[in-house]
Design a protein around this ligand. Structure first.
Ligand code: ADP
Ligand code: MG
Ligand code: MG
Length: 910
């Protein structure tokens, strides 16, 4: 540890050390505070202790930190004193400070901020005289004790049913005084609160509240470093893939006061709508309030713009008169401040070229900015903001494509409520449309119980008075979130939008009773487990389960998708087994079917009987008889697929799964089977026993079925070719690709290809006409990848079955990996689940090798992927780099794959 390295950076009007590029060192908050100062925006001066010091804290403890940075901190505090013209620790006109955490990635609400630091019994008196406002001084003092007592001294609720102990004390006093709001408490009440808080700390912690400002400061700085490792910070990092090693910076900043009376206030704002993406400046504020008051949702916040205020009033069912008198917008109330704020937000958005989420405080008619960052937003807002900024000339096409996280498109593909069903649904409450989406689930009141219920396979709506960071995990598993309190910028709203989760906040008419586990509204009571539905786009809460319908690719979403086609090189196909799936895939932009699993067709309706008859037959004659029954059904299926995919390729895989998957294993069904086939039960039982395999995934399946029972391949080929000819006759452009599964040797492929071609020729001869088709293979055994050159001489295309390839290369099956894989992932044995995202360093090499060998054997050979990995953005990047022609994924992942493919192409260019 060298004393020469700089650990502390100051920002202010006269000097700023850092800038926005220094996020790794100063954290997002610190870097952006510095950048704002550089832009000439009014920010309270402060200092930032770098993230590197957090690592020193974790490794060497607090004494090492104190020794390392003490001199720098003292110098920097002197800088703040000079800028503010006040002294830290002075008792007649004290400089007060805030201590704020801030890591590289924004972690909203993860680590607590301490405000009004530097107060004690003497300083509070000085502050009162200086501000000529005794109430303000004592309000600031009680807040400081409350925050410091919680964050640094650790006075927190001990059980989930218990409320915050400080809030309990406040509520008791309010009740005694017969008042409702914090702002109704008198100076004497606040003085009493301070005494009670100190007493509470003494009783529960066994220590006195520290009176020395420097002791307070160091205590807070260390607490921020400590909080990097608290549970909720860890949970957030885990959910958002943030490495533990990044550490947090600490910002120490001069206080400005929003609680100085009616000309003061505090608020948060977004340069665009974080829920819908609309280009509308919006936000909320509270008069005579400080810090987290707005987000905490204890008072109803007011809107910043007049437009926003009117919209809010309509949703909250507040009359225009009431709105103007009781909840006027900042635009109406303080036009001058509003204009300054508008100027600052415009400057910031133009500078960062992205939607900003800002915090501000108004102190007696003066505006101070306290934070700016790229705002969290829903998937829908992500798309709209990117496309609008593109049209507005703020960003270019490539940047617009980069702005949207492929996985976030999931939210736009979710079903929406069926408008017809909505008309009939019974609306029971109304709140703010905090985060769009349609959610239906059973009511639960506690986050940990939400997790339990979801683990049992239930869909839940988490209903809370308000949420806090402790609820994060429960929120992430719930289908929707409903809170009785809080505005559009409440914790629930911000976090839900970040997760893309449907959320309604501030449904004021809803009464939540945690003890009784009920929610009552409009004279009716709903219990834990009752079904409700939330429309996050309108704020409507409905009774029961409201039916939903599929989403569509329109507007900005459609435009973004078109843009992907301009930049991506990979083709995107879909895995689809039915005409309906094919239709969905096509509307989402799939350019063909990469995998049709024919066995899925075997389960429908009466077919399974014919399939079983075929499997349980003793000889070829019996099998052929049963297969003849299946032929017309399969042909019909293929006709439907070809019709939907006219002009596009359809890859059809021959029968793949082990036969025992089709037979009944319980006696009741075996009896029915015996009866239908007119054989004794014993015969059926024996045949089922015969089919038993110790390791079915490595057993009699794939092309091994077609090789032992060529009549199955014959029937399937006939169904495909006849369907193709029938559709061709109707003017449909059929491009059939017949695919042989699980090949390991060239002879296997050749044997099957021979049956296919012979059958096709027979059909052509019968019908007196022909059609082009291709015969190719899956590459899904490691051996196939190793000998891909000799297979490539025979096969016209390869499709990588990366699910099987992964399980065979890894040596564990997807069905059994659940026993150890979760703990493997937690311990970092694998970075990611290899069945979710392809193991690029291992299994990926097999793909790369097969691609090279295949192309050498047959230049121009068509190469694709049809495993689950075809819909995973990281894997898509890998397949792009490996030079495949296309990936195929489930219909609902097609838009995600299109965007990921475009981003992969852009990454290559950069
Ligand atoms: P978070 O990261 O959870 O948003 P912040 O550090 O931004 O926490 O602070 C919490 C609240 O306190 C915010 O509303 C912020 O604007 C306010 N705040 C922080 N520092 C100051 C300060 N120096 N003066 C006034 N308000 C402050
Ligand atoms: Mg903040
Ligand atoms: Mg397979």
């Amino acid at each position: 540890m060298s004393n020469k390295t700089k650990n502390v950076y100051v920002f202010g009007a006269s000097r700023t050390d850092g800038d926005a590029t220094m996020k790794n060192l100063l954290g997002g908050k610190g870097a952006n505070l510095a950048e704002m100062c550089r832009l000439g925006i009014v920010v309270p001066p402060g200092l930032t202790i770098s993230t590197e010091v957090c690592t020193v804290y974790t490794e060497h403890g607090q004494d090492a930190v104190a020794k390392l940075i003490e001199a720098e901190v003292r110098e920097s505090v002197a800088f703040i004193e000079k800028e503010m013209g006040k002294k830290f620790g002075d008792s007649s006109d004290p400089l007060l400070l805030s201590v704020r955490s801030g890591s590289r990635a924004s972690m909203p609400g993860m680590m607590d901020t301490i405000l009004n630091l530097g107060l004690n019994d003497e300083a509070v008196a000085g502050l009162a005289i200086k501000a000529n406002n005794e109430r303000f001084a004592w309000d600031s003092y009680r807040r400081f004790i409350q925050m410091y007592g919680d964050v640094v001294m650790g006075l927190k609720p001990v059980s989930k049913e218990e409320h915050d102990p400080f809030e309990v004390v406040i509520d008791m006093l309010k009740e005694k005084k017969g008042v409702e709001l914090d702002t109704d408490l008198t100076t004497d009440d606040l003085k009493e609160l301070v005494q009670r808080f100190k007493g509470l700390i003494r009783a529960r912690i066994g220590r006195e509240f520290p009176t020395d400002p420097w002791e307070q400061l160091w205590g807070s700085v260390m607490a921020v470093f400590q909080s990097w490792n608290n549970d909720r910070a860890k949970v957030y990092r885990e959910l958002n893939d943030i490495p533990d090693a990044w550490g947090t910076a600490v910002n120490v900043q001069a206080m400005v006061f929003g609680n100085l009376g009616d000309k003061s206030g505090t608020g948060v704002a977004f340069t665009r709508d974080a829920g819908t993406g609309e280009d509308l400046f919006n936000g909320e504020f509270l008069i005579n309030a400080q810090g987290e008051d707005v987000v905490a949702g204890t008072r109803t916040p007011q809107q910043i713009t007049l437009e926003g205020s009117r919209r809010w009033a309509q949703l909250a069912m507040v009359s225009e008169e009431d709105r103007r008198n009781r909840f006027p917008s900042l635009e109406e109330l303080m036009p001058d401040i509003y204009r300054q704020l508008l100027e600052a937000e415009t400057k910031l958005e133009n500078h960062y070229k992205d939607m900003q989420d800002v915090e501000f405080t108004i102190q007696e008619g003066r505006l101070w900015m306290l934070q700016t960052r790229s705002g969290k937003r829903t998937g829908a807002a992500m798309v709209r903001i990117a496309m609008e900024m593109l049209r507005q000339g703020m960003i270019d096409e490539k940047e617009a494509l980069r702005r949207v996280g492929p996985d976030r498109l999931n939210e736009l593909l979710h079903p929406v409520f069926d408008p017809a069903a909505i008309k009939k649904a019974r609306s029971i409450a109304h709140g703010l449309p905090a985060s769009p989406g349609a959610a239906t689930g059973q009511i639960v009141f506690f986050a940990d119980e939400a997790e339990e219920w979801v683990r049992k396979g239930k869909a839940v709506i988490l209903v809370r008075q308000e949420t806090s960071p402790e609820d994060l995990r429960g929120m992430s598993v719930a289908t929707g979130i409903l809170t009785a309190r809080g505005g559009m910028t409440s914790h629930a709203a911000v976090v839900a939008r970040g997760m893309g989760k449907c959320c309604i906040s501030g449904a004021g008419a809803v009464r939540v009773d945690y003890h009784a586990r009920t929610m009552s509204v409009g004279g009716e009571t709903y219990k834990e487990g009752d079904w409700i539905s939330l429309d996050g786009s309108t704020g409507d809460v409905f009774e029961g389960q409201v039916p939903t319908k599929e989403a569509e690719l329109t507007g900005d979403f459609g435009a973004l998708m078109e843009l992907t086609d301009k930049y991506k090189r990979l083709g995107i196909r879909a895995n689809a087994d039915t005409p309906d799936d094919a239709k969905v895939a096509r509307t989402f932009g799939a350019k063909g079917i990469g995998l049709c699993r024919t066995e899925h067709m075997f389960f429908e309706g009466d077919r399974i009987k014919a399939v079983r008859e075929m499997i349980l037959s003793e000889d070829e004659t019996g099998r052929r008889k049963a297969l003849a029954k299946l032929l017309p059904m399969q042909r019909g299926d293929f006709e439907g697929l070809f019709r939907e995919m006219s002009g596009l390729a359809v890859t059809i895989r021959l029968l793949d799964p082990p036969l025992h998957e089709f037979v009944p294993h319980d006696e009741a069904n075996q009896k029915i089977m015996a009866h239908e086939m007119n054989v004794p039960l014993g015969v059926i039982k024996m045949r089922v026993d015969d089919l038993h395999e110790f390791n079915p995934m490595m057993g009699h399946r794939g092309c091994r079925l077609g090789i032992t029972y060529p009549e199955i391949t014959e029937m399937q080929t006939r169904a495909i070719i006849e369907a193709a000819l029938n559709m061709k006759a109707k003017g449909i452009d059929v491009k059939a690709e017949i695919m042989v599964p699980l090949v390991g040797t060239v002879r296997e492929f050749n044997a099957q290809a021979r049956v296919i071609r012979k059958t096709a020729d027979a059909v052509f001869a019968e019908r007196g006409e022909k059609i082009d088709y291709m015969v190719g293979t899956m590459i899904e055994t490691p051996r196939a990848a190793l000998i891909a050159d000799s297979i490539g001489q025979q096969a016209e295309f390869f499709s990588f079955g990366t699910n099987d390839l992964t399980q065979m290369a890894m040596g564990f099956s997807r069905d059994d990996a659940g026993k150890f894989l979760p703990s493997y992932l937690k311990d970092g044995m694998y970075e990611r689940d290899p069945f979710e995202s392809i193991d690029q360093k291992g299994v990926g090499l097999l793909v790369q090798m097969a691609v090279e060998k295949g192309r050498t054997a047959r230049p121009g050979i068509k190469l694709g992927v049809c495993g689950e990995h075809g819909g995973d953005p990281a894997s898509i990047g890998f397949f792009h780099r490996t030079g495949l022609d296309y990936v195929s994924c489930s219909p609902f992942r097609v838009p995600i794959a299109r965007l990921a493919a475009a981003q992969a192409a852009l990454d290559e260019g950069s």
